[in-house]
Design a protein around this ligand. Sequence first.
Ligand code: NDP
Length: 340
Amino acid sequence: MEKTNHTAAEGRYEAASDRYSKMEYRRCGRSGIRLPAVSLGLWHNFGSIDRYENYSAIALEAFDAGITHFDLANNYGPVPGSAETNFGRIMRESLHSHRDEMIVSTKAGYLMWDGPYGEWGSRKYLMASLDQSLRRMGLEYVDIFYSHRPDPETPLEETMGALSDAVRQGKALYAGISNYNDEQTREALEILRRNGTPCLIHQEKYSMFVREAEKGLLDTLEREGVGLIAFSPLAQGMLTDRYLRGIPEDSRAAKPSGFLQTSELTPKRLAQIAALHTIAVERGQTLAEMALAWLLKDPCVTSVLIGASSVYQLRDNLKALHSADFTTEELARIEAVLHS
Ligand code: NDP
């Protein structure tokens, strides 16, 4: 494990005093909230199969670097729920005195428990799930509560109504949506606004390799004054040096619990990764840094929501904040690779 400047394992954490000078904070749409340009997600690496010493070091290193935003969901693990439980332990042991400096988000939408009320978008599920999340994390409220995915069967008024009521009850400060397409987003924003609890943020998969958001959603969010946080900005590790020389044993693609399938690492994909890596090296940075900087060049992107399996990766990713601007020629070369 990398050396860090704190002693999380012994429970004597002291936050770095210069943490806020290291980070850029971007306004989330037209709200009063500013989010760090880099946020930390706990989907992988924080579950019951992972080591506390490692993931608590990542979380505390993140906070020391000015990352104020930690993103969770009811089902993150494995096992589902364990990322929230483990984050709760980090809060209890190290970060509790900083709660007012933090934005903690959670979500409900995917399968969490058996029976008809354990997933999707009913009021019953969302309300029960949020209560469970708060208990697991030992928090009185979350800052953002998301509908994790649209439900084709539940009326949108019901799902958005549950988010609005969670806000009114003080269990969440803001409402968010995730994985809603452009049309669904426009409807959801309208309902949330009518309810008096405007949508703060949309969480969407967005990276050099996944660009659906560019087909209308980004424009809608900008027009409506809603923030965009880009999840899996490194395409789960493909936009890094991880897979340049095969599939490492400890990588997400190799792990049975990982969501990245080796079938995604096609010869075409690997050739694109190698070509992008070359451009990054010429820019004097790693591919991960370049991939994040590429997203952050757009002011519509409030934050890139990264994952990290080590402190080393987190530090590498944070360097994207100091990345040089892209020249027109570099952007054209990147586009050519992505269309190859
Ligand atoms: P990334 O695309 O950032 O992938 C993270 C993985 O990439 C790491 O676990 C690591 O993989 C590898 N990696 C990261 N940095 C480096 C580096 N510098 N060098 C080499 N490898 C690196 O994001 P995630 O897919 O983890 O998603 C981030 C967050 O987004 C989640 O935690 C969650 O909060 C959110 N999310 C939301 C979803 C939604 O539906 N709303 C869905 C998915 C994610 P390895 O383990 O191989 O080391």
